[in-house]
Design a protein around this ligand. Sequence first.
Ligand code: COA
Length: 254
Amino acid sequence: MTIRTETADGVARIEIARPEKKNAITVAMYQQMADAIAAAHDDRSVRAILIHGQPDIFTAGNDLEDFMKNPPAGLDAPVFQFMQALGYCEKPVVVAVNGAAVGIGTTMLMHSDLVYCADNAMFSMPFVSLGLCAEFASSVLVSMNAGYHKAVEKLLLADPISAEEALEMKIVNRILPPNEVLDYAVRQAERFNKLPPASVRETKRLMKASWRPMVEKIIVEEAKSFSAMLRQPEAKEAFTAFYERRAPDFSKFS
Ligand code: COA
């Protein structure tokens, strides 16, 4: 089992559960998460969705072996289906982050609605260090949240982001002790049970409506570059270095 789902008290929970690989997300897991969001969308008893990981890891991002063996081939690949389902989800999405949230683990926060993290959380968007580029509109959303110069540190230099910095960068709502994050996120998600659902859905739609066309255009542009770069020698060197447990050597590239 790599994705666990459960619906209780109006909240559809999606748990990333592959701790032996630090919750790295495979193609099959993206598909499971996309299906879970679609099911929650259609379930009239669900008022909010909650995504979380394990007590010591949110996710190590995309499974690097999968990136090499099954690079996403087009806009209907499971990773896109997941991010589309998340981005277009009419119901509020709450995320609880413990431990590391790498790559898509940080990107998905910018498409979610409420984010709570542990004081031991560590976010990162190491796309450039992997020979790749920004994804799912992070090239603009990080700047929109945190300002351009901060975004350069996080996307071009790939500096990690502590919980405190994530709060300053406005990509999380609140920092909590690690053993309280999930319970707090559940309680926040359950608050939507008491609110009028159509009003919540319409207000969420309106809050995203003005910048959605820009975000959609950028997602397509980034996806073309990302997909091409996955097949290039810089990415191959980065992925090989990860599995050989050594620092990548980009000195031969120009
Ligand atoms: N894809 C596939 N496997 C991964 C993975 C990933 N993204 N991240 C970790 N794993 C695997 C490791 O290969 C290792 O497997 P093994 O036990 O079979 O050798 C296992 O998970 C544990 O990883 P390890 O690196 O030993 O754990 P750690 O606690 O020292 O470090 C991380 C945790 C998340 C900091 C580190 O694993 C990491 O940097 N992962 C890669 C993150 C990344 O670049 N993601 C892609 C973003 S686009």
